[in-house]
Design a protein around this ligand. Structure first.
Ligand SMILES: Nc1ncnc2c1ncn2[C@@H]1O[C@H](COP(=O)(O)OP(=O)(O)O)[C@@H](O)[C@H]1O
Ligand SMILES: [Mg+2]
Length: 323
């Protein structure tokens, strides 16, 4: 059965076109990753699908229910966890989850039983009876996730579930999300992290400036690059000259990471040989040189001309609430 289908969704805020005709469709039982940088329109699309925001035009269904014609019916099909989800600091974790259960029309007893179950599933049993004010950022994310699951939604929306949390908690959350999926939950997950989409998502939609610019499995997206990548590591003083050499071979500037430079290698080892020969001719001795498979990073860069991930130490979105 179709989990989510959106058709040509347009949403503007004054002059800002947040969604510029977005059509997304995927089946139940998979993880769909919506990948894009800050401001791409991810949260806006989630809010439209979650019936929290009316689009200017276009249509959408969740589990077959029209989100515009029947928002109440649609809300029963979905759970939402994300950057904007609220938890009450002065209640315990358990009380928060029970409260959300009551909002989903569970009886008092059901809400209690269900809260115990999801808190266990999310590894928060030990902290369940502490006030949320004492929780770490990672624990809050898990609580948020628990609350989104309490009503047994058919489809879960996770809006940037790991943004702004420490790397260890991030790995824990990935494990948790994978457990959820193994249990049969359909997920729509947004992320700015390529590795996250690569690891968790069965299908990936790349969104930029309110438009879906590519779609497919992680492998299909990598194939769009049309082959391997040559990556070199050079000493700092050789970097500029090496970049010139690579530009000459590739016909466009190399992708520059902190320690490496890389270019597409459409001819595989032939391109590699050319790089080795021309670096040698320029008297540059690379510290390392390799032919590797493209990553989603390369794909995003090729599609958009810029990197997807805001560096964790310099968030691009000012005033983002850190939790
Ligand atoms: N309530 C709003 N009012 C005005 N502009 C908004 C509002 N919500 C989002 N936007 C703008 O719409 C664009 C998409 O935002 P958003 O969907 O939050 O992107 P993302 O979640 O991918 O970072 C951005 O330019 C953002 O500033
Ligand atoms: Mg967002």
């Amino acid at each position: 059965m179709t989990a989510v289908a959106s058709h040509n969704i347009v949403k503007t805020f004054g002059d800002i076109v947040a969604l510029d005709g977005v059509s997304v469709e995927f089946e139940e039982g998979i993880v769909y990753g919506l990948l894009g940088p800050n401001g791409a329109g991810k949260t806006t699309l989630i809010r439209v699908l979650a019936t929290l925001l009316k689009p200017d035009s276009g249509s959408a269904t969740v589990a077959g229910v029209d989100v515009i014609a029947d928002p109440v019916g649609a809300r029963h099909k979905i759970g939402l966890a994300g950057q904007s989800a609220a938890v009450d600091e002065f209640l315990t974790g358990r009380e928060n989850v029970e409260m959300v259960g009551r909002l989903y029309n569970l009886s008092k007893e059901e809400a209690k039983t269900r809260a115990t179950d999801v808190l266990e599933a999310i590894n928060l049993t030990d902290a369940a009876d502490r006030k949320v004010g004492t929780y770490s950022g990672g624990m809050r994310r898990r609580l948020d996730l628990a609350a989104s699951m309490v009503g047994r939604p058919q489809i879960l929306f996770l809006d940037e579930p790991t943004t702004g949390i420490d790397p260890g908690s991030r790995l824990d959350l990935w494990d948790l999300i994978e457990d959820l999926v193994a249990g049969g939950t359909t997920l729509l997950l947004t992320t700015q992290y390529l590795d996250e989409a690569d690891r968790l998502a069965d299908r990936i939609g790349v969104i930029n400036h309110g438009k879906l610019i590519a779609e497919g499995t992680s492998n299909e997206l990598k194939d769009q690059l049309g082959g391997d990548v040559v990556e070199i590591h050079v000493d700092e003083q050789d970097r500029a000259a090496a970049a010139d050499v690579l530009t000459g071979i590739a016909g466009s500037e190399p992708v520059a990471e902190r320690l490496s430079l890389s270019i597409p290698a459409p001819e595989g080892s032939k391109t590699l040989t050319a790089v080795v020969r021309e670096l040698d001719a320029a008297a540059i001795e690379p510290r390392d040189i390799a032919l590797r498979k493209p990553t989603l990073d390369d794909v995003f860069l090729t599609l958009t001309g810029h990197k997807a991930e805001a560096k964790p130490e310099e968030p691009a979105e000012t005033g983002r609430r850190r939790r």
